[in-house]
Every structure is written in C-alpha cells, then in structure tokens.
Design a protein around this ligand. Structure first.
Ligand SMILES: Nc1ncnc2c1ncn2[C@@H]1O[C@H](COP(=O)(O)OP(=O)(O)OP(=O)(O)O)[C@@H](O)[C@H]1O
Length: 304
C-alpha cells in the first residue's frame, strides 16, 4: 500500500450472527483527506469504523489501516491512531487535566517514529484550550455537561497527535458555538497537522463544511462516493432557475444553468422585459442524501 493511502478497504463484509450488515464494501482514504461517512441509523457506519480501529473482526474482506491489518497491529500502530467513540462513560472521578496528562504519557515513548517527523503528544494545557475546556481543567469528569464531556472525548482522541483520527458522531450534543469551534479544530488538524480524518455525522451541513469527500452507506453498501458537489450532480443534474419578468414569476429546470441565463439576458436585450430577482438553485446535499436513502424514511403513524 502506498504511503499516500491511509486506509484501504476491499470486499469488507460483516455479519452479526446470521444478519449481514456490511456487504462487500470497498473504499480508500488518501493521506490528509477528511472523509465523512453518512448513512441512516443502522447503515453500518459504526461497525465499519470499529473494524478499522481493530475493535471488531470482519467476517470477510481486506482492511489496511496505515499499512497494517488492524486486527494484528501493535501498540506503535495504535499510538498513530486517535479514536472518538460514539459514547463512553468512564473516568468519572478523574479531573480533566490529570486524565489528559495521564493519557499523554502513553504516547510519549512513540513520539519519534521511523520515517516521519516526531509527533509528540500535545502539551496538556494547549490541548485543553484547543477543545475549549479551559474553564473546566480542574473539574471532575463526572461533573461535565454532555457537550463538555464530548469536548473531552475529542481531546482524548487527539492527545497523541494522531496521523489518522476516527470520529464517530463527535458533535452529538454540541451547542452551535461548540460545533463551530469543533469545525475549526478539524480544519486545523487537517491543514496544519496533515491528519487523515474519518468522521460520521447525521448533520448534513456539517458534512458539507468538513468533507473533502463523502461516502454514503446504505443497507451496508456504498451508495455514493464523491464530493458534495459531485453527489448532487449525480442525483439531480438539474439546477432550478427562478426569475421575474413583466411582473410574472418563472421557474425553469435545466442542466445548463449558465447557458440558460445567458439566453435569458439575450432575450431581455431584445426587449422581452426586464429580468429581475434572478436565482439559480442547485440541489442541496440534504435533497441528494434523502433521495439516495429515500426508503429509509419512516412512514408516519397516526397516533390516536
Ligand atoms: N453488537 C451487535 N450485535 C448485533 N447486531 C449489531 C451489533 N452492533 C450493530 N448491530 C447491527 O448492525 C447494523 C449496523 O449497525 P451500526 O451501529 O454499524 O449502524 P450505524 O450506521 O452506525 O447506525 P447509527 O447511525 O444509528 O449509529 C444494525 O442493524 C445494528 O442493529
């Protein structure tokens, strides 16, 4: 596997008992890329991430993460990876700063790695500021709010300055300011530290903001793989042009919005009436996503 590829998954299949939840999934993640994994509840996102982290054994297929099989990789490999699980509720009696200090000690012996620049763990106080827990550095973990606890989870995930970071719904429970701070942090990790990031979320705005590439998992299969723009074009190549002319509102769907608008203004010059309130609307990631996983929307039940 080339070092420009951080994750390579081929024919990944997973069954729980007799139920197959991943059906031969194939994808790669390039080094430094931010890949967002989307999909309805139960699509297989957490299962995929847990296999990549080495927490679960796949039923079949090949998985290479930083060049190794996660099921057999050693502590040095683990030190290069950061993990934020969907939820964990331990360490309650630890104080924030002491816990992060303690975890940093695990990574220190692995700071210098053959063939790469040193990646020492973050100094604890810098890390606490990075995740916005400055006011809570001496607080006991059990006393943190849900969103503060999630910030701590993110700090635990990145303390070892990972080359590859797995984030399973990292912003669940974040208020808008915490969410924005987290997005800044992801950009900083990706741009300044060259961290490869695999993130799951149900927030499509977040996916659009963060993703270099989006992977949509549906019923344990890859339903789409591409940039947000490319996915939108794949589902609905059409844009919608809206405008007013002579007091009338018009709407037109077209594959060539630029050409259509050019013609519209050519007509205007031929005295067909002044074009006003012009808008070109592209399909949003939300409409793209919903059309790809349409059968996943629950039907509404009338409750009497
Ligand atoms: N430990 C387990 N034992 C049995 N079945 C499981 C187990 N973990 C997950 N599953 C099943 O596997 C399927 C995929 O679950 P998974 O948690 O990977 O989905 P997900 O895409 O992460 O969902 P969500 O968005 O709800 O987190 C689901 O049908 C789930 O019920």
């Amino acid at each position: 596997m080339s070092s420009s590829i951080s994750v390579e998954v081929s024919g990944l299949t997973m069954s729980y008992g007799t139920t197959k939840v991943l059906h031969g999934v194939d994808f790669t993640i390039a080094r430094g890329e931010v890949l967002v994994l989307l999909g309805p509840n139960g699509a297989g996102k957490t299962t995929t991430i847990e296999i990549l982290e080495g927490f679960r054994l796949p039923s079949a297929g090949t998985v290479r993460v930083l060049g190794e099989d996660p099921a057999k990789a050693d502590e040095l490999w683990r030190s290069r990876i950061g993990v934020v699980l969907q939820s964990w509720r331990d360490h309650g009696r630890w104080r924030v700063r002491d816990l992060l200090d303690h975890l940093a000690a695990f990574y220190r012996p692995y700071a210098t790695r053959a063939g790469g620049p040193p990646r020492p763990p973050y100094p604890t106080d810098e890390l606490i500021e990075m995740v916005g827990l400055g006011e809570h550095r001496r607080a006991k973990v059990a006393t943190l709010s849900g969103g503060q606890r999630r910030r701590l989870d993110v700090a635990i995930g990145i303390v070892g300055r990972p080359e590859l970071l797995f984030l399973d719904e990292p912003t669940a429970g974040f208020d808008p300011a915490a969410r924005r701070d987290f997005h800044d942090l992801v950009h900083r990790l990706s741009d300044l530290q060259d961290t490869t990031i695999l993130l799951t979320t149900h927030d499509l705005d977040e996916a659009e903001k963060l993703a270099d590439r989006i992977l949509i998992l549906h019923h344990g299969r890859i339903a789409a793989d591409g940039t947000a723009d490319a996915l939108a074009r794949q589902v609905a190549g059409t844009a919608e042009v809206r405008w007013s002319q002579d007091g009338q509102r018009h709407v037109h769907a077209t594959d060539d919005a630029t050409g259509f608008v050019r013609d519209l203004f050519a007509q205007e010059r031929m005295d067909r009436g002044r074009v006003e309130d012009l808008e070109v609307r592209r399909p949003s990631l939300e409409s793209t996503y919903l059309s790809m996983v349409a059968d996943e929307r629950p039907s509404l039940e009338v409750v009497r």
